[in-house]
Design a binder for this molecule. Structure first.
Ligand code: IMP
Ligand code: MG
Length: 193
């Protein structure tokens, strides 16, 4: 007869602590989708979930499955502001622009992994408004309010977290750890080496 050992939660050795488990992330995404469906279902004709590459991909994939399918479309932008370090350079560069042309008819909900200084999202909101979008709102899985450098508030927030560098569920350090199924605090030794 086969015997199965109880699976221990395997934590990456570079992760100091799990901040949000898979179960907590599921519940968080459920809650956000419920709020989004409630707010958009009655009036939006064309809701574009605009994922910001690459950090939002896992969150976007889970969230889009739970948003009312009759109105939702997806698009992506890619921006860079970080290089390979843990501190923002401050400047936002658009590497891939939104593909839709008729954005005057679109309610855009930007889907981002995490807000830190607030520069990326405040720049993108302004950019899309100037391009003529019907409405622009923002949704981020994580928010580090203590790190804010510009005045910026999210419309939908998964969880507020302390000033720690986190990885997993799409978030990286130097392109690594995006595939971890949880959000974990990265050991400082990893980036101070
Ligand atoms: P902001 O423009 O300073 O708000 O930076 C937001 C971007 O910085 C996010 O999209 C992430 O790519 C990156 N970022 C900020 N904090 C973290 C973190 O703790 N882990 C991974 N990426 C982060
Ligand atoms: Mg990012």
């Amino acid at each position: 007869m086969l015997t199965f050992s109880i699976m221990e939660e395997t934590m990456n050795k570079d992760v100091l602590k799990v901040l949000l488990s898979e179960e907590e992330l599921n519940a968080t995404v459920d809650r956000l989708a419920t709020q989004i469906n409630r707010d958009y279902a009655s009036h939006a004709k064309r809701l574009i979930l605009l994922g910001i590459l690459k950090g939002s991909v896992v969150f976007m994939g889970d969230l889009m499955k739970k948003v009312d399918s009759s109105i939702v479309e997806i698009d992506f932008m890619k921006v860079s502001s970080y290089g390979s370090g843990t501190k923002s350079s401050g400047a936002v560069n658009i590497i891939l622009d939104i593909q839709r042309k008729d954005i005057a008819e679109c309610d855009i909900l930007i889907v981002e992994d995490i807000v830190d200084s607030g520069r990326t999202l405040s720049y993108l909101v302004e950019y899309l408004r100037l391009k003529g979008a019907k409405s622009v709102r923002t949704c981020a899985l994580l928010d580090k309010p203590s790190r804010r450098e510009v005045d910026f508030n999210l419309d939908y927030v998964g969880a507020q977290i302390p000033d720690e560098f986190v990885v997993g569920y799409g978030l990286d350090y130097d392109e690594k750890y995006r595939n971890l199924p949880y959000i974990g605090i990265l050991r400082p030794e990893v980036y101070s080496k």
